[in-house]
Design a binder for this molecule. Structure first.
Ligand code: 6R9
Length: 649
């Protein structure tokens, strides 16, 4: 039996106690697509509305008029839904368990404590002149204050824009300027794997960049007490401000379609786009998927190991779990510190029942052998989850057998920043699992595969993954650029949302995501536009031209492979190679660190001057046979040189 045919059927005892078994999944799914109005109108009741919505769905995917509204006459507050409404029943239950980078540091915040501190922070925002519709940028470590800052924004109707703490000052500045953010929240330093990252210094550097004078204040959490510079009048200590504020801060009633947050993500072209997510539909989708996909049961400790800087952290560390009154674990560090046993040790220490992590993290541990898990028992685990990139069947089986002691179903969840929440996924009590497949659509999600010409393909086939109708968590637009939103997602296949992913559907109707079909690469689950890296490189004085492609990498899924053509006055050298690597790291951030640089006197181009990336991808993957048709190249001999000097063999 090949890996891809191996099936792990749903366990009977699991199905009996789960939120959904096969029949429940099938009947709910059917209703969700046959009668979305009734289905979502009913589901909306899981949230607390200050004004109950009567208009459920108004969504148009027409290229001339993309207009997405859910629950448009309803009013609610996302923070009140995540905190206030749990106080009666769960005031003393842990809301957030925080595990520090240092294994001796951890703390617990109950729902009551989280509510109180979030209200104080919300009042701080108000005192600083931040109100409804203003954008607050977060550049934070993985500490409870990050979740509080998101919730405090939501409480007063401010819009948060979280920027991952691994991004460079320039990348941060770009996002601050685009969002016209008045307030930035950061910490003196973050700590990861025993090393300090100078977050405040990075903010200082970012705020020297053009256009950042929109920022009036920087609120600084004291995390390490490390040395930082201080700009009087602009910088404020978080604790000093919050301590002065009362814990009484009424939640602002928001329209369901008021923005909750923007989150920047990379696309195939241009600058990162700020995806706009709104309040009602997003929160409902996050909460509902958190319950069904992880089969969350009351009182369980749930751990999503993502960073709040990514959408996974938004939906599955903060909004989904807290809306459900769950206990969510937040981890500051990395799975390899102080040793490779850390992940398992955290699970034992806090009795984690559900672990949601990435294929990269799994492969990195797997590379150290089965005994990396010897320091823990992990018998509290019940469900495992994977997200961010395709998981190869070997890593799936290792996750299942070694981390999960062969007892826990794995939910391989496919979704995107744009989708707000999980879209294609097993439900642990309902779906027979096939390692490597994200399996079947969640409620309300109508996937389809189309040919390059836009023809909908039936049955078992490969194709481009599109979604035929809207779902509540869908991003509504790109911040200040609706035209780009329409162009990016609705123009390739008119009338459908195009995901940018390629996919295979098997004879059982299971979906197997094969990866991006556009110029986006996915390195350790981090999405990057090749164009962004290229434009960084050509800004270097030695570089005439650069082309960036992804290539298969054992741990990271994809690595970054760069073809560089130098200007006439420059010679290739080890020193220059190192300099270019540092250049990109500094410009974009360490996540964009190039793995391979190949010096290429020229790049394969069509006669109209377009770089043939298909060929570059193949050479980078060391697949030099069958390069396809190269006859349209202006100079086919370029390819021979690239093959001869390829760096990955
Ligand atoms: C949630 C998140 C989205 C892209 C997406 C796809 C890839 C995510 C996946 C997966 C295969 C999965 N992706 N989950 N590929 N299987 N389970 O990761 O959002 O950062 O926007 O990335 O990630 O290529 O298009 P985001």
């Amino acid at each position: 039996m090949t890996e891809q045919q191996r099936v792990h059927p749903v366990r009977g005892d699991f199905a009996a106690n789960a939120w959904a078994d096969k029949e429940t999944y099938q009947s709910m799914y059917q209703q969700s697509v046959d009668d979305p109005e009734t289905f979502w109108g009913e589901q909306a009741k899981r949230l607390e509305w200050t004004k109950t919505p009567t208009k459920i769905k108004h969504t148009v995917f027409d290229t001339h008029n993309v207009d997405i509204r859910w629950f448009e006459d309803g009013e609610l507050n996302a923070c009140a839904n995540c905190l206030d409404r749990h106080l009666d029943k769960r005031g003393d239950q842990p809301a957030i368990i925080w595990e520090g980078d240092d294994p001796d540091q951890s703390k617990t915040l109950t729902y009551r404590q989280l509510h109180e501190q979030t209200c104080q922070l919300a009042n701080t925002f108000k005192a600083l002149g931040v109100g409804k519709g203003d954008v607050v940028t977060l550049y934070m470590p993985m500490i409870p204050e990050a979740a509080m800052a998101m919730l405090a924004c939501a409480r007063i109707g401010a819009i948060h824009s979280v920027v991952f703490g691994g991004f460079s000052p320039d990348a941060l500045a770009q996002r601050i300027v685009d969002a016209e953010s008045k307030l930035v929240i950061t910490a003196d330093e973050s700590v990861r794997g025993g090393k300090q990252v100078p977050l405040k210094d990075n903010v200082d550097a970012a705020l020297t960049r053009k256009g950042t004078d929109v920022v009036a204040n920087v609120l600084v959490v004291k995390r390490t007490g490390g040395e930082i510079e201080w700009h009087d009048g602009r910088d404020l200590w978080y604790h000093e401000q919050v301590d002065q504020q009362s814990a009484d801060c009424p939640a602002e009633p928001m329209n369901a379609e008021d923005p909750l947050f923007i989150l920047y993500t990379s696309g195939s072209t241009g600058a990162p786009k700020g995806l706009k997510h709104t309040t009602g539909g997003y929160l409902l989708h996050a909460a509902m998927t958190h319950q069904y996909v992880f089969d969350y049961q009351d009182g369980e400790v749930y751990w999503c190991s993502a960073d709040v800087g990514w959408v996974t952290g938004h939906s599955y560390i903060v909004y989904g779990p807290l809306a459900n009154g769950a206990t969510t674990l937040m981890f500051e560090g990395v799975p390899s510190y102080p040793s490779h046993g850390r992940l398992g040790e955290i699970i034992d220490k806090h009795n984690v029942a559900i672990l949601y992590t990435s294929p990269t993290a799994i492969r990195a541990l797997m590379a150290h052998g089965d005994d990396v898990m010897d320091s823990s028992r992990r018998d509290s685990l019940r469900v495992l989850g994977s997200v961010g990139e395709p998981i190869n069947p070997e890593a799936w089986e290792w996750f299942y057998r070694v981390i999960g002691n062969s007892t826990c179903p794995i939910v391989d969840t496919w979704w995107q920043t744009e989708t707000g929440g999980i879209m294609i996924t097993p439900l642990p009590g309902a779906t027979d699992l096939k390692p490597g497949s994200a399996t079947l659509p969640f409620f309300g999600v109508q996937p389809a595969l189309v040919s390059n010409e836009g023809k909908i393909l039936e049955g078992a086939t490969d194709g481009n993954l599109v979604i035929l109708d809207s779902w509540p968590g869908q991003a509504r637009s790109i911040w200040k650029n609706h035209e780009r939103f329409v162009q990016t997602y609705f123009s390739a296949y008119p009338g459908m949302y195009f995901t940018g992913d390629g996919c295979r559907r098997d004879e059982d109707g299971y979906y197997w995501i094969t990866g991006r079909v556009d110029d986006v690469i996915n390195v350790s689950g981090h999405r990057m536009g090749t164009a962004e890296i290229e434009s960084s490189l050509v800004a270097h004085e030695a570089v005439a031209e650069a082309a960036v492609v992804g290539y298969p990498h054992d741990v990271k899924g994809q690595g970054i492979y760069i073809y560089v053509t130098l200007k006439d006055d420059y010679e290739p050298s080890e020193e220059l190679r190192k300099e270019l690597v540092q250049w990109v790291r500094k410009d974009i951030g360490p996540i964009a660190s190039p793995d391979v640089i190949q010096w290429s006197p020229s790049l394969p181009k069509t006669r109209s001057g377009k770089i043939m990336r298909r060929i570059l991808r193949k050479i980078a993957a060391n697949e030099t046979e069958g390069l396809g048709d190269t006859s349209t190249l202006a100079d086919p001999s370029v390819v021979d040189d690239l093959i001869e000097n390829r760096a990955n063999r």
